[in-house]
Design a protein around this ligand. Structure first.
Ligand code: GLC
Length: 374
């Protein structure tokens, strides 16, 4: 059968399947599935990635977030610090072992690139940071972990988008050229949590320019992009993407209820007063997550984009039982919609792993990787 026939066929199947699933899920939207799986080699994808791919293979030809990045964890507080180690964490080879052994599919690596870029043109990145990131990427790939590298904490850009525009694009040009021939299991993420002055139309323009810069050397690499307002799902409607670029994954971050997840967070004004806020998993609390994720799923289907919940987590000052309940529920609701996810984060203030005792916190690992998961 020629291509047009196939297209008509899958369009028809997709339409029917979407209708059936919608009817059966109380308005929830189906996950999509990758036909052009980006991961090469003999990788057996995780149960969740495989299930998301197979269950809905007939529904659409598009990739799902779950199929692309599966279950992940953020290597936060290391390369996002002003210098690695200043926030108490230096990445170690063994971390990649424990993450892979626990069954994760991917890692997200927040990086403060601008701290290693000259202030004046051509804004050269230091060879030190490039070699360190080479090492991180190699460690992840050697264990078959897909790896997302982003630009994190670029506050000067957020405060002065026009003044930092050229430098931001130069940073991306250098990163993109460095990894132009890297394994396709390496993903780029344009900018963590744009907000403030860098939002709305201005963010859409800057994002477009960054994508164009990346595409000059990486025409087919998967690139993670997110909305303004700190990657809040409510800002998705304002996000505009180049229609013809089908290698974009849309990310959002989820920390609601914020007074629960950020209680006692030293970097959040007023958060001392939220101490003691619990998350019991009441029907209303569950509906809050479901409503938010349904909104994301509807947007994703309407725009035919895979979704990556790139950050979610509850700070260690909340009680562990509430953290575990909330984390498990967020994971469940994300997976039900075919979203990939990455817990915030591995071994610091939200840590699922205790770097001193050198073991996972069982409640959090159990929430992320339930034994009865597919
Ligand atoms: C954002 C910040 C990070 C913080 C996290 C949780 O990713 O960049 O520093 O720890 O959100 O608040």
């Amino acid at each position: 059968m020629g291509k047009p026939c196939w297209m008509l066929l899958w369009l028809g199947v997709a339409f029917l399947a979407a209708g059936v699933l919608l009817a059966g899920c109380g308005g929830r939207l189906p996950a999509a599935s990758p036909v052009d799986e980006p991961v090469s080699g003999a990788r057996t994808s995780s149960p969740v990635a495989a299930a998301a791919s197979q269950a809905t293979a007939a529904a659409t030809q598009s990739a799902t977030g779950a199929g692309l990045l599966g279950r992940g964890i953020n290597l936060g507080n290391a390369l996002e610090a002003p210098r690695e180690g200043e926030w108490g964490l230096v990445l170690e080879e063994g971390f990649f072992d424990v993450i892979a052994e626990a069954g994760f599919d991917s890692v997200r690596v927040p990086i403060r690139w601008h701290a290693y870029a000259d202030a004046a043109p051509p804004y050269a990145l230091s060879e030190d940071i490039l070699q360190r990131v080479d090492w991180v990427v190699a460690q992840a790939l050697a264990r078959d972990l897909r790896v997302v590298i982003n630009v994190h904490h670029y506050q000067a850009l957020i405060d002065d988008p026009a003044g930092q525009r050229e430098r931001f694009l130069a940073i991306w040009q250098q990163i993109a050229e460095r990894y132009a021939s890297a394994d396709e299991r390496l993903f780029f993420e344009v900018l963590n949590e744009p907000n403030g002055a860098l939002d709305g139309a201005l963010w859409n323009r800057m994002l477009r320019e960054a994508i164009d810069t990346i595409r000059e050397s990486n025409p087919t690499r998967w690139v993670v992009v997110g909305p303004g307002s700190w990657n809040n799902y409510r800002a998705l409607e304002a996000l505009t993407l180049p229609e013809d670029d089908r290698r974009l994954i849309v990310t959002f971050h989820y920390y609601d209820p914020f007074h629960f997840t950020h209680q006692g967070a030293e970097w959040t004004d007023g958060s001392e007063a939220w101490m003691g806020t619990r998350w019991e998993g009441t029907a209303r609390q569950m509906r809050e997550i479901q409503g938010a994720f349904d909104q994301v799923a509807r947007w994703a289907v309407a725009h035919d984009r895979p979704v990556y919940l790139g950050e979610f987590g509850a700070y260690s000052k909340a009680d562990m039982a509430s953290r575990a309940r909330w984390t498990a529920q967020v994971v469940r609701e994300a997976e039900a919609r075919g979203f990939a996810w990455a817990y915030w984060e591995f071994a610091a203030g939200f840590g699922a792993y205790d770097p001193v005792a050198r073991r996972w916190r069982p409640e959090l690992l159990g929430a992320l990787m339930p034994a009865d998961a597919p």
